[in-house]
Ligand binder design. Sequence first.
Ligand code: TGC
Ligand code: FAD
Length: 385
Amino acid sequence: MLDFLSVRALLTSDERAVWDVTRDFVTNEVLPHVGGWWDEDGAPRDLLRTFGRQGLLGPTLPEAYGGSESTQNAYGAAMYELERADSGLRSLASVQGSLVMGPIYRFGSEDLRRRFLPGLASGELVGCFGLTEEGGSDPGAMRTRAVRDGDAYVLNGSKVWITNAPHADVAVVWAHVAGEGKVGGFVVETDTAGFRAPKIDGKLSLRTSVTGEIVLEDVRVPASHRLEGARGLGAPLSCLTDARFGIAWGALGALETVFETAREFASGRVTFGSPIASRQLVQEKLARMLADHAKGLLLAWRIGVLKEAGQHTHAQVSLAKRDNVRAALNAARSAREVLGASGITTAYPVMRHLLNLETVDTYEGTHDIHTLVLGREITGISAFG
Ligand code: TGC
Ligand code: FAD
């Protein structure tokens, strides 16, 4: 395990145990198959149930709802391990846990919690999170509308780039609520009349994860399926803060894989009579990857400690998501260079991670959007508009 600054020693023994168990699971049951899932354009449906049995879905939630009350950093370490295999598999877990179970637990009624959370935790139900429309960086501009009609809300609009949507049983959909001037959240069962979720084909990134649109045409959602505690854009954004924290840990798992692949390749590849690992230019690339991983792990751990104490800010999480993902993306680009031509093939995991990390750099707030979040934090002036 790559841990140059012994960050593991800062974790509790329970957190280390979660890390170790998830690492074994990923090594034995995920890594042998992940290349095939990439080629086939999607992991099998049953993988979510396996994740459920491993306790990887919504682990920070109370046991009564299928969670295991794990700490933030235990959750982070589990996301690290999934993304060590593939960003799309971490997406599968982080969407289900942080973006579907999270809002139902935090903002939903007790009935909604009891009805949906256990099935989502076990992986029997697939969930998706529908926020993005055209111009996803500006979710406040969404056009999807919910109009109250008797004991239901009627939803019209569309969402795009929605992870898991084509397979989902349950969609958490965000919409402007007519007459309120605020964004509200709705738990929509996907077999409701007027709901469609066509798959988006042709992805060259995150291929182990299925992505789709959501089309809502006069979809009647019982009023009891509204997330009553969610009033305003801050509600979905707070769920994103949880998922972005998982990504800040996860991206470092991908970084570990590309670093180890480059290190091993460099030791074996001989040019001009010596392994390329003996060359200063190659060592500089490896040193940069190692340094970024070490600093990123400290950053992720620290945000986890703050989050556990409820003392984090969303700008701190933006910093961690932004910097750790870009560090992993840069490492993947360097590792690909170290591997030369071999770097572009599926014989090594580097190009797959590189392509995945292009998505990770964009979703959950693009690199530049997080830069502007920090800019606003520093100057008090918003540069978004
Ligand atoms: P702004 O005025 O800044 O905020 C509106 C209200 O929300 C509060 N807030 C947050 N609260 C919690 N966590 C956060 N991260 C928050 N960011 C903002 C804010 O305090 C305010 O509250 P209040 O009470 O004052 O009303 O809103 P804005 O319209 O100026 O937009 C700001 C911006 C650009 C930062 C935000 O909209 C944004 O984050 N844009 C990026 C959108 C994004 O990340 N979309 C992700 C979609 S889901 C996804 O990609 C899943 S990928 C699958 C996977 O994760 O694996
Ligand atoms: P845009 O917002 O159109 O941005 C385009 C470019 O302009 C970016 O470089 C951006 O940084 C830049 N830009 C935008 N505004 C500004 C500004 N004010 N100043 C400077 N630069 C700016 N969304 C969901 O809701 N649920 C999901 O499950 C989900 N899963 C996804 C899965 C995949 C594989 C992908 C690729 C995306 C997913 N998304 C999901 C959507 C994702 O969150 C959005 O792609 C992301 O928020 C960016 O939105 P956009 O692609 O529309 O880009």
